[in-house]
Design a protein around this ligand. Structure first.
Ligand code: NAD
Length: 283
C-alpha cells in the first residue's frame, strides 16, 4: 500500500484564488483593500525569508502589505509604540510580529500590545482564550491550515483518535483544541512522553509538530493512518519533515509531504485571516 500524497501547495493555491476574488469584489464595492503590517525586527535571515514569502503572497491576492523593520536593538517601549500606531491605523487590518524576538524583548508583552481584532496570527491571550472556548476570532495559521487540509481532502475528524506530537503554543496546543472541537479524541505527546511509539500507533490522524527530522517512522504508525507532517528541518541542505516519509508512505493512507504540505497552508490562512479582519472592519 502506498499513501495518497496530500498536495498542500495545490489546495493552498485554490484558497489564495478564492481570497483574490473576494478582495477584488470588496475593492469594487468599497474602494478599499485589506492591509497587513509585518513587523520584522533585526536581521535573522530565516525570519526575513518568512516575511518575504508572506508579503509576496499578499501582493498576489491584492492585499496591501507594509513591512516595518526596526533594528535588532530596538527598545521594548519603542516597539510597543510602533504596534500601537499600527493598531490605530485604519488602513492596517492585520498585524504580524515575526517571531522569535531578540532576547532583550518581552515577547508576551509585545504580542499583547497587538489589538486582538488585528491579531491575524491568533497569538494574543484574548484570541487563545476564544479558541479554547470554541468561539474563535483568529486561529493561529498553521493549526487552522491543518484542519482546512483535512476538510478539503474529505478526511473525517469526528470520532477519530488524533495524536498530536508536540505541545507548542503555535502548533501543538492550538491544533489539539481544534481537533477536540471537531469531536476527535485527542492525545498530546511531548518530549517527556514515556513511550511515543505506543501512543502514535493508536492514531487515526497523526500530527507531527516537533522539529526533529524523521522522528516518526512507518513502524510508529497504525496502518491506514492520516499523517500530517508540520516539521521543517534542514538536513544536508535539504528540507525534511518530522516524519520519515519513505517508511511512513508505505503504512499511512494519506500523508503530507515536506515541502509542499502544511507550509503553503500556513501562508494561505494568514491571507484569509487578514481578509476576515478587513471584512469585520467594514461591518
Ligand atoms: P517547538 O520547538 O516550539 O515545540 C516542539 C515540541 O516538540 C515541544 O512541545 C516538545 O515537547 C516536543 N518534542 C521535542 N522532542 C520530542 C520528542 N523526542 N518526542 C516527542 N515530542 C518532542 O516547535 P514548533 O514551533 O511547534 O515547531 C515544530 C516544527 O514545526 C518545527 O520543525 C517548525 O519548523 C515547524 N513549523 C512549521 C510550520 C509550517 O508552516 N509548516 C509552522 C510552524 C512550525
Amino acid at each position: 500500500m502506498s499513501a495518497r500524497i496530500i498536495d498542500g501547495k495545490k489546495i493552498a493555491a485554490g484558497i489564495r484564488e478564492e481570497i483574490r476574488q473576494r478582495v477584488l469584489q470588496l475593492q469594487e464595492a468599497t474602494g478599499k483593500v485589506p492591509g497587513l503590517a509585518a513587523v520584522l525586527i533585526g536581521d535573522d535571515p530565516a525570519s526575513a525569508t518568512y516575511v518575504r514569502t508572506k508579503t509576496k503572497a499578499c501582493h498576489e491576492v491584492g492585499i496591501a502589505s507594509r513591512q516595518f523593520t526596526p533594528p535588532g536593538d530596538i527598545e521594548q517601549a519603542d516597539l510597543q509604540r510602533l504596534i500601537r500606531d499600527l493598531n490605530g491605523d485604519p488602513e492596517i487590518h492585520g498585524i504580524l510580529v515575526q517571531l522569535p524576538l531578540a532576547k532583550h524583548l518581552d515577547e508576551r508583552a509585545v504580542l499583547e500590545t497587538v489589538d486582538p481584532r488585528k491579531d491575524v496570527d491568533g497569538f494574543t491571550f484574548a484570541n487563545i482564550g476564544r479558541l479554547v472556548e470554541n468561539q474563535p476570532q483568529f486561529v493561529p495559521c498553521t493549526p487552522a491550515g491543518i484542519i482546512e487540509l483535512l476538510d478539503r481532502e474529505g478526511i473525517e475528524i469526528k470520532g477519530k483518535h488524533a495524536v498530536v506530537v508536540g505541545r507548542s503554543e503555535i502548533v501543538g496546543k492550538p491544533v489539539a483544541f481544534l481537533l477536540l472541537h471537531r469531536h476527535a479524541t485527542v492525545t498530546i505527546c511531548h518530549s517527556r512522553t514515556a513511550d511515543l511509539g505506543s501512543e502514535t500507533r493508536r492514531a487515526d490522524i497523526l500530527v507531527a509538530a516537533v522539529g526533529r527530522p524523521r522522528l516518526i517512522t512507518g513502524a510508529m504508525l497504525k496502518p491506514g493512518a492520516v499523517v500530517i507532517d508540520v516539521g521543517i528541518n534542514r538536513v544536508d541542505g535539504k528540507l525534511v519533515g518530522d516524519v520519515d516519509f519513505e517508511s511512513a508512505v508505505r503504512v499511512a493512507s494519506a500523508i503530507t509531504p515536506v515541502p509542499g504540505g502544511v507550509g503553503p497552508m500556513t501562508v494561505a490562512i494568514l491571507l484569509r485571516n487578514t481578509l476576515q479582519a478587513f471584512e469585520r472592519s467594514l461591518a
